[in-house]
Structures are given as C-alpha cells and as structure tokens.
Design a binder for this molecule. Sequence first.
Ligand SMILES: Nc1ncnc2c1ncn2[C@@H]1O[C@H](COP(=O)(O)OP(=O)(O)OP(=O)(O)O)[C@@H](O)[C@H]1O
Length: 287
Amino acid sequence: MPSAIGAAAFRTSAVGAALLLAAGSPEQAVSNCTIAMAPTYIDHLPAFMGFLSLMHGSSSLAHIAIEARNVTLSLGTREAPTLILKGVDLSIPKGESLAILGPSGSGKSSLMAILSGLERASGGEVRVAGIDYGPLDEDALARARRGRVGIVLQSFHLLPTMTAVENVAVPLELAGFGDAFARAASELEAVGLGHRLHHYPAQLSGGEQQRVAIARAVAPGPDIIFADEPTGNLDGATSGAIVELLFARREANGATLVIITHDPGLAERCDRVVEMRDGLIVADRRL
Ligand SMILES: Nc1ncnc2c1ncn2[C@@H]1O[C@H](COP(=O)(O)OP(=O)(O)OP(=O)(O)O)[C@@H](O)[C@H]1O
C-alpha cells in the first residue's frame, strides 16, 4: 500500500511547505492540520509550550473522560483582554453523549477548543482521559490526542494537496494502522463518498468536505469525538445519515461524544445537554 504521507509529499505545495516549516516536523504539520484548527484560534496555538507530560489517574476519576475545573479563556491584547470563558466546570463521564447549546458568541467553540487540546486555557484545569493538558507541550498534546481524540470543526481543514482518501489515511498511519488506505476508503464509503476517494478538497462540495472531515475524525476509533456543528453544511437526508453514523460509532466503541449544535433534534439524541451563555454553563440537564 502507498504511504499517504509519501504520496502527498510529491504534491507538496507552498502551503504544505509553509505548514511543515511552521510545525517543525511532517508529523506535527499533519497533526496541526488534521485536527482542524478554527481560524479564531490559529493565533493562539503557538502558545502550546511546556516541558512535562504528567499522567494523573485515580480510581475515583477512572470513569471520567473529560474534567474541566474553573476554566477561563482570555483573548485579545494584554492591554485590552476579553474574557471569553469565565470559569467553566464540566465533568463528562466516559461514553456519554453531550450536546452543547447556546447563542452565537456564548463560548461553545472556545470551550470545545480547550477540551480538545486545540486551545490552551488561561486558567483552571483540564484533564482528558486522566491526562492533565496543562503542562503538555505541543508535541506531547499531539501524541496524547492521536488516535484517541477525533475532532470535527466547522471549517474542515482538509489538507489541500491530499485527496479525500489521503486526508483520512494520514492520521491512521500516524496512529499506527497498517491498513490505513483500506480503512480510509471504507470510512469514506460509510459517509457516502466511495465515489470521491481520489478527489481533492477543492473538487468537493462543502458538504462533501464536511463528510471527509467526519470520516477522518472517526476512522481511528477514538475514545472521544468532538464535533462542532457536524451537520451544519449538510442537507436534511445527509445530515440524518451522519448523525446516525456518529452515534453508531459512539455505541460501537463506547466513545464519548461532545457535539456543539443549534439543532434541537440532534441535541435531543444526546444523553445530556448543557447550555452556555456569556462564557458560562447556565443549564445542565440529562435527558
Ligand atoms: N481571537 C479572538 N479574540 C477576541 N475574541 C474572540 C476571539 N475568538 C473568539 N472571540 C470571541 O469569543 C466569543 C466566543 O466565541 P465562540 O466562537 O466560542 O462562540 P460560539 O458560542 O461557538 O459561537 P457560534 O455559535 O457563533 O460559533 C465571541 O464573542 C467571539 O467574538
């Protein structure tokens, strides 16, 4: 089987070269891209610095997938900071499906970015699968996420120089799957894109790109799936099929699923719904 990384290297573009330069290593470049950084956070990602990877586990926390304590996020300049998250506490048990609702600008994407390790909290504590994100540097965070955390964000961040199947296969290869291409092809078939395996992102519609991003996120069978408006670009029928796929994946792997949505129907499918307003969780109910 060809290597997705090797195949793509033949088509390295200026964008790819820039990503490589910025990341310092091909692995980090791919990791940076495949976790779909939201443009709002790109400025802040280089802030991922640290030296220790500390593992914390205790029997009392063994059933917790995600634990956030008094998480704050301050963006903007030092002279004019804006407090985006104002002290969020959230504990998500393993295997739970959780919908995050709230008006535009309430901080949903910011919270997801922190819980998924794309953004660093300004204060408070975040532990995912027992790992304290606080002290991890960028490489350690990427390693901690790889294969365990799948992320789908609103803007798909597919690598433009890779075909659909390569975009899905690369993270699989990095996670150590020997059958990365076969698995990637089958994931794309599952989201209805078996006929678009060798198309580049620019040759795909927004909804098709969204489905590639979803296939990429779920392909390694992650323990936690984060999805920011996963059906936002899809028509009703495709949206229904994608929701079924996400929930089927969650059930098959016992994965924890965290979804941001404006769709009340999708929220009702979840075990629990939290609502955000103005940087805080203001309601939390189990369904
Ligand atoms: N880099 C930034 N600098 C300053 N403020 C920012 C930055 N990025 C986001 N914000 C602000 O943070 C707030 C929360 O944004 P966020 O994207 O988390 O909201 P959201 O609830 O996900 O909104 P939506 O539903 O529209 O996606 C918004 O008011 C936004 O303007």
